[in-house]
Ligand binder design. Sequence first.
Ligand SMILES: NC(=O)c1ccc[n+]([C@@H]2O[C@H](COP(=O)([O-])OP(=O)(O)OC[C@H]3O[C@@H](n4cnc5c(N)ncnc54)[C@H](OP(=O)(O)O)[C@@H]3O)[C@@H](O)[C@H]2O)c1
Length: 240
Amino acid sequence: MTSLVIVTGGSAGIGRALLAHAPEGASRIDVSRRGCDLPGVEHVPADLADPSGWATVADVLADRIRAAEVDRITIVLNAGVIEPIGPAGRVDADGYTRSVLLNGAAPQVLGHRLLAALVDHPAERRELVLISSGAARTAYPGWSAYGAAKAATDHWARTVAAEQDGADRPVRVLAVAPGVVATDMQVAIRATDAADFPNVDRFRDLHASGELADPDDVAARLWRRLDDPGAGPVTDLRDA
Ligand SMILES: NC(=O)c1ccc[n+]([C@@H]2O[C@H](COP(=O)([O-])OP(=O)(O)OC[C@H]3O[C@@H](n4cnc5c(N)ncnc54)[C@H](OP(=O)(O)O)[C@@H]3O)[C@@H](O)[C@H]2O)c1
């Protein structure tokens, strides 16, 4: 089976691992600021916290999708940031705005625009995956922008998956929570002051006891989850 894989935030962490574990021979595209260091991955540079660039990025990706003569297309909207961490009403307003735009609005708007290209593509398998978080369900003080954005992501996936259920050739839409994963995002979380993030010790303890998941294991599990037709539309990789 020939594949096209598009990952936002493929320059690091979970996104990079997803590109590394993509189906063999897949054409791979990373959308990020830094670019992915893996050989053969195309870089579409973008600051996805800036809405003025979303239409251009979506147009570039839609062109790649339309031109792809493949049996499978998988898009993973993964780019995200945890910062700024701290109580709403106190943290930096510009950072808060960027978090809401990147974590919450960008996946919905890019998802909407890319779905249009996916529904018309003849590929047998077409998948739109949004990377969510346990923070979509648990209210962590200090993470209001992040948690609310992930909750919105889950609901977007539920709603659009229900819409696709009624289509002749439905695109599969899933929000996937990866668990607690050893990436730069967790480094930033552990470095936070307890005054800004009262749950910080839980994350320091998970790290100290070696309980963070490895990004490569998480990526392999996510690719396997996509092979499970019963999974979704909101799924957690920690569940069997
Ligand atoms: N790690 C965890 O424990 C965990 C738990 C639950 C959910 N998640 C979710 O998993 C996803 C990946 O996180 P990670 O842990 O792999 O984090 P990470 O290692 O910090 O990587 C974040 C990725 O997002 C990209 N990104 C950040 N800001 C961006 C921007 N303004 N424009 C474009 N790309 C941007 C980064 O690329 P550039 O900097 O090159 O732009 C990078 O590739 C996120 O959605 C996160 O919420 C992670």
